[in-house]
Design a protein around this ligand. Structure first.
Ligand code: TYM
Length: 344
């Protein structure tokens, strides 16, 4: 098993990232280490330049994100933790795959449509080709499994399409004319619950770093008072909670808060509802706030300590980058060769 996944260092780690992806990263890191496999987790800093950004903020956020991931349980001795910039093979492979990726495939990406909005002419070329870099990120390491939240599923399917077409078109042929694959087809691993955590202000849009309102998300760096305040002000409805999940249909905000509770408590939505059936949000919100504070406080304390030590954070990235470069080299070489590009 080879696990690969990434996160953009464009701001704070929030509850959506944690429940949708990072918690799974930690779980899979241990499983994979026990089975002799390898996990690689990286900061997608090259992806971050596809949108307008402030260079000094990107550098600071990259280090903060390393501290946040380690505080969540990513262990740099068990996993390879690095930023894309340290492994030029990501950008090289993106170019090599650009001859295989089709305009039509990229045009269908919902994230491209959402982020470019009506201003496609003014969007960066990087925003359009972003999913090709994402495909390179995982194909470069022959990833077998990619733990992500629901919103990345389409990008992963594209990576599989690119890998399949490349293997068919350029995989070296054996004596029977069968193409040997250059790339492994990666599988997305999406958690059964909280795969899509929604905004606290609007149950129809996902919790996101780019939402201008900080009240829309719980950051892993929020202190106890901030968390309690955000949960208290979260949008809800005047109904009481039903006895089973079916009763939450059409109640996006209520379903989101109950889903967060279930994911944090490690139980099913029905179990949460069995406990709170007939109660209103006046009773549910303080219980949710306290659960969040209890679970996030240790992460928060660890993050505050780690973020002080810039030299240690840089050392983690440097060591991870070196290991990742070594793992990337054979696939990059095989890709150049399959394409007939002579490296001398
Ligand atoms: P990013 O930085 O937006 O998010 C990182 C991870 O968090 C998940 N996530 C969520 N899950 C549930 N609910 C939410 N509201 C929520 N918001 C974010 C995302 O699904 C993701 O798993 N393009 C990627 C980064 C990337 C990548 C890769 C991921 C670059 N290369 C290769 C996997 C493999 C992104 O912008 O994620």
């Amino acid at each position: 098993m080879r696990i690969v996944s990434g996160i953009q260092p464009t701001g704070n780690l929030h509850l959506g990232n944690y429940l949708g992806a990072i918690r799974n990263w930690v779980k899979m890191q241990d499983e994979v280490a026990a089975s002799g496999g390898q996990s690689l987790y990286f900061l997608a800093d090259l992806h971050a330049i596809s949108m307008p950004h402030v260079p000094a903020d990107l550098a600071a956020n990259t280090r903060e994100m390393v501290a946040a991931l380690v505080a969540c349980g990513i262990d740099p001795d068990k996993s390879i933790l690095f930023n894309q910039t340290q492994v030029p093979a990501h950008a090289e492979l993106q170019w090599l795959l650009s001859g295989t990726a089709r305009m039509g495939w990229l045009n269908r990406m919902t994230q491209w449509k959402d982020k470019a909005g009506k201003n496609r002419e003014g969007a960066s070329v990087a925003l359009f080709t972003y999913p090709v870099l994402q495909a390179a990120d995982v194909l470069l390491y022959q990833a077998t499994h990619v733990p992500v939240g629901e919103d990345q599923k389409q990008h992963l399917e594209l990576a599989r399409d690119i890998a399949q077409k490349f293997n068919n078109d350029f995989g070296p042929k054996d004596e029977n004319g069968e193409a040997a694959p250059v790339f492994t087809l990666p599988e997305a691993i999406i958690p059964p619950e909280a795969a899509r955590v929604m905004s606290l202000r609007d149950g129809t849009s996902k919790m996101s770093k780019s939402d201008p309102s900080d009240m829309s998300r719980i950051n892993l760096t929020d202190d106890a008072d901030t968390i309690m305040g955000k949960v208290k002000k979260a949008k809800t409805d005047p109904e009481v909670l039903p006895g089973e999940a079916k009763g939450l249909e059409g109640r996006a905000e209520a379903a989101n808060l109950v889903g967060i509770y279930a994911a944090m408590a490690g139980c099913a939505v029905d179990a949460v509802l069995a406990e709170f059936e007939g109660k209103g949000f006046g009773a549910f919100k303080p219980a949710l706030g306290e659960l969040l504070v209890a679970k996030l406080a240790p992460i928060n304390a660890c993050f505050i300590e780690l973020r002080q030590d810039r030299a240690a954070l840089d050392a983690i990235l440097r060591a991870g980058g070196e290991r990742a470069r070594a793992l990337a080299a054979p696939t990059l070489a095989a890709t150049y060769e399959a394409l007939g590009l002579v490296r001398g």
